[in-house]
Each structure stands twice: as structure tokens, then as C-alpha cells.
Ligand binder design. Structure first.
Ligand SMILES: Nc1ncnc2c1ncn2[C@@H]1O[C@H](COP(=O)(O)OP(=O)(O)OP(=O)(O)O)[C@@H](O)[C@H]1O
Ligand SMILES: [Mg+2]
Length: 442
């Protein structure tokens, strides 16, 4: 019962001084830690620009959350500062995140608009892609000096834009078709997908990869410094117990050395403390945060990376793995998928489609297939595994829009699976239709 004159909201936050520094990439740090060498490479690659020579193309790569974008922005600002001091004409566009542009037209018009005044922006459609490219070249030419274009998450560049951007643009000044005479274009491409580079045609690869800068994962000591910096900005004084940052750093270093994950742990630990009405973020809250982080990451994938049909296929694969004495073979995955899709009021697609979805899931790293040898006379069998812990996946499904797709008895069977199958359970007979229905869908 609550009284109408009660207000459950707190007027003050006892834990967080500011949350923004912990939030996804909306904050630019004023200190960059442990990237001196990479910054040096960058400076060497772009030094020519400051004195008015032609720019190099630069390709920056490395795993997620290791400072590629942050360092690039920092270098960009220093470069602009120096060029302005020297009175060298220079325009830098970006980083523009390719993930946000689904077609070549959208991406090019975004770039054109970077040069244009508010009243003069291009509409969302209405011109041909060739025409907007011409506009872009006109704008670039009007700078009358070096133009650097920074394309972030360049592996997401719309397929119809690949050649135009990665090959033609950096060579526009040499081309007869492009109206580039005075300007010099440098392209900076950033990616966390190494397969992307391999997939490029050799001519494109050699253009883009003129200078390459590799970013590796951070180790625990480096993460301590970086997370400590963000912790100071985000938490009130004396709120964090001394173990919190080292613990978050150690956990993150073991995973993949990704700062973003460490920041999430700090935020989550603070939120747990706040929910409990505690004024101290303890080691315990931090541990809890590290435990829930995997589920949260999978939940993010359900929200952002998977289509509905891919998600249902992924859930079916997970169920096929946790059910007792079963291998996740395509036939079994398909049968579970059908029940799940029905329970979720979704269209049930054909078995052939499921093969496609499994391939896509495999390419995105959610599942992997194994060719299992069944021993003498047994032949071979193709089974699927999920790359995350099934417990984390099911926990994420429960929090997602797909919770209605789960069978009612999922926890019993998951418990059996977790206990290493030591609890008694009647294994279904693959030939018996009735026994196959171990899952209860309502
Ligand atoms: N060396 C560092 N010093 C200070 N902050 C850092 C450092 N490295 C990363 N960060 C911060 O960590 C977060 C993630 O870094 P960033 O966005 O640069 O990663 P990324 O390598 O571009 O990842 P992705 O490939 O996913 O885009 C950002 O908030 C960034 O400011
Ligand atoms: Mg980035």
C-alpha cells in the first residue's frame, strides 16, 4: 500500500555523480590511456596533411571497445588544431558510422551535408546516386585543400557503395570523370571485422590499406587505469570500494579486453547498490554485475542484431542443446523451431529456410556446427553448438520480446542440463512422436 502523499522517487543520487561517461560512446574522454604507440602511428600517417602534402589513406582495425573510435576523434581534433595554426586548408568529415546508412545514396548525401549549410541540405531522396556523388566531388573540390573522410565500422558499408567509396573516392583526383583538381582526398577506414579486409578485392585492399594501424585488446593493468578514470568521473567520492575497479578490469581483461564491457560492469554494480539503498558499491555488487553482463549482451543481440526468424532459430537451437540426450541436429532444430514459432505467433518458415538462418547465425558467431564422427560404422553427424552459455541465452530470452516463445517447463530442463544430467530424467526416444514432446508449449 502506498499513500498518495508518498513519492517513491529519490531527489538525489547517492551513487552516481554523472552517468554519461559510462554510457555508450556519447562521451569523449579528455585523456587517452595506453595508446601512445597507436597514436604515434596515426600521427606519422597523417603528418603530411599538416604541411599541405597529399594525405595517406589509413586503415584502423582491432576488436570491439579498444579505443579505435576514441583515438581517431582525438587525433582528428589535434590535426585540425595544427592545420588551423598553420593556415593549411583542411576539412575532416566524420567519423561517420556506416552502420547507420543502408544505401549508398544515404551515405553519400550524409557526407555532402557535412559540407553544406543548414538551409542547403540534400533531401532523403530525389537524386540519382551518381548525382549525389557529383555533389560530393563539388563540395570536396571547393575546400581547395586536403579532405579527410573518416568512415567508422566500414565493414557495414552498403554493398552498393563499396567500390565507389573504397576505390574510386581515394583516387578521384586522378580520375577524368570526377571534377577534382585542387583537392586531395584521404580516406580513414575503421573496422573491427578482420574478415572484412580479406573479403576486399586486392585493388581495393591496397588502396585502403596504404597505412594500417592495429589496435589490440587492453590488459588488466591498462583497463584498471582506463576504468579508474571513468569511475572518478561517474561516481561520488568514497562510494566505490577499492576492489571494484580492479575486479571489473580483471574480468574484462579475461573476456576480450573491451573497455565498453568494463564500463557496463561499473554502471551495473552502481545500480545494484542503489537499488539496495546502499551508499557503497561493494565487491559483491560488482560480482553480481559481471554475472549478469553476459545475459545483457545476449539481450542486446536479440534487440539489435537478430531478425525475428533468426532469433527463433537461435532459441530452437539452444533448446535442442539443453534437452537431455539429444544432439542439436537440423531436423530436431526445425521441429523445435516450428513449435516455438507457433507459440510466438510467428510465421513458420520451411525447413530449407532454417538452414539459411543457421548459416547466418553461424556467420555472426552465435552458433557453430560440428561434424561429429560416430565411430565404427556409425557414419557422421552434423550437430550445432551455441557459442554462449545456454543458461545465459535462456535468461536473455526471458527478458526479451521472445519470452512467450519459451516452453513452460524450460527451467526444469535447464536445471537438469546444468546439473550435468545427474538428476533423473526420462530421455525421449527419437523415434517416438509422443516422447519427442518433452517441451510443454501452451
Ligand atoms: N585508451 C582509452 N582511454 C580512454 N578511454 C578509452 C580508451 N579506449 C577506449 N576508451 C573508451 O571506451 C569506449 C569504447 O572505445 P571506442 O568506442 O573507441 O572503441 P572501438 O575500438 O571504436 O570499438 P568498436 O569497434 O566497437 O567501434 C569509449 O567510451 C571510449 O571513450
Ligand atoms: Mg568504434
Amino acid at each position: 500500500m502506498v499513500q498518495t502523499d508518498e513519492n517513491p522517487f529519490e531527489g538525489k543520487d547517492p551513487i552516481f555523480k554523472a552517468k554519461q561517461p559510462l554510457k555508450k560512446d556519447s562521451f569523449d574522454p579528455d585523456t587517452i590511456f595506453h595508446r601512445d604507440e597507436e597514436i604515434n602511428h596515426y600521427v606519422n600517417s597523417l603528418q603530411d596533411v599538416v604541411v599541405g602534402h597529399d594525405p595517406n589513406n589509413v586503415f584502423v582495425y582491432g576488436p570491439t571497445g579498444v579505443g579505435k573510435t576514441a583515438v581517431t576523434k582525438w587525433v582528428r581534433d589535434k590535426l585540425l588544431e595544427k592545420a588551423s595554426e598553420q593556415d593549411v586548408p583542411l576539412k575532416i568529415v566524420g567519423p561517420v558510422n556506416c552502420r547507420n546508412y543502408k544505401s549508398s545514396y544515404r551515405l553519400v548525401s550524409r557526407l555532402v551535408n557535412e559540407f553544406r549549410e543548414p538551409g542547403d541540405k540534400l533531401p532523403k531522396s530525389g537524386y540519382s546516386t551518381d548525382t549525389v556523388f557529383e555533389f560530393l566531388y563539388e563540395e570536396i573540390e571547393s575546400v581547395g585543400g586536403n579532405v579527410l573522410i573518416i568512415l567508422d565500422e566500414i565493414d557495414n558499408i552498403p554493398p552498393d557503395a563499396r567500390n565507389d567509396f573504397l576505390y574510386d573516392l581515394p583516387r578521384a583526383e586522378a580520375s577524368e570523370n570526377a571534377a577534382i583538381d585542387q583537392a586531395r582526398i584521404g580516406l580513414i577506414g575503421i573496422s573491427n571485422d578482420l574478415k572484412f579486409v580479406d573479403s576486399l578485392e586486392p585493388k581495393v585492399k591496397s588502396t585502403l590499406g596504404e597505412r594500417e594501424i592495429k589496435f589490440g585488446p587492453y590488459d588488466a593493468n591498462e583497463l584498471r587505469d582506463i576504468l579508474g578514470y571513468y569511475a572518478d568521473l561517474s561516481f561520488h567520492n568514497d562510494v566505490l570500494s577499492t576492489e571494484v575497479v580492479p575486479l571489473a578490469a580483471a574480468f574484462t581483461a579475461q573476456e576480450r579486453g573491451d573497455v565498453r564491457q568494463g564500463l557496463k560492469i561499473l554502471e551495473k554494480a552502481g545500480e545494484y547498490a542503489r537499488m539496495d539503498g546502499s551508499t557503497v558499491v561493494t565487491e559483491d555488487y560488482t560480482r553480481r554485475a559481471t554475472e549478469s553482463i553476459e545475459t545483457d549482451e545476449i539481450l542486446d543481440c536479440f534487440k539489435n542484431d537478430l531478425t525475428r526468424q533468426q532469433a527463433l532459430t537461435y532459441i530452437a537451437t539452444t533448446l535442442a542443446i539443453i534437452e537431455p540426450e539429444h544432439d542439436a541436429r537440423t531436423k530436431r532444430i526445425y521441429s523445435l523451431y516450428s513449435s516455438i514459432a507457433e507459440a510466438a505467433d510467428s510465421k513458420v518458415r520451411s525447413e530449407r529456410k532454417i538452414y539459411e538462418f543457421l548459416d547466418q547465425l553461424s556467420m555472426q558467431g552465435f552458433v557453430r556446427s560440428e561434424d561429429r564422427n560416430l565411430g565404427r560404422g556409425g557414419g557422421r553427424r552434423f550437430v550445432y553448438q551455441v557459442t554462449d552459455d545456454p543458461v545465459d541465452i535462456i535468461n536473455a530470452v526471458v527478458k526479451s520480446d521472445y519470452s512467450g516463445a519459451l516452453p513452460n517447463n524450460v527451467w526444469n530442463i535447464l536445471k537438469h542440463h546444468k546439473e550435468d544430467e545427474s538428476t533423473s530424467f526420462e530421455a525421449p526416444d527419437p523415434d517416438d512422436k509422443k516422447q519427442q514432446q518433452i517441451w510443454q508449449f501452451t
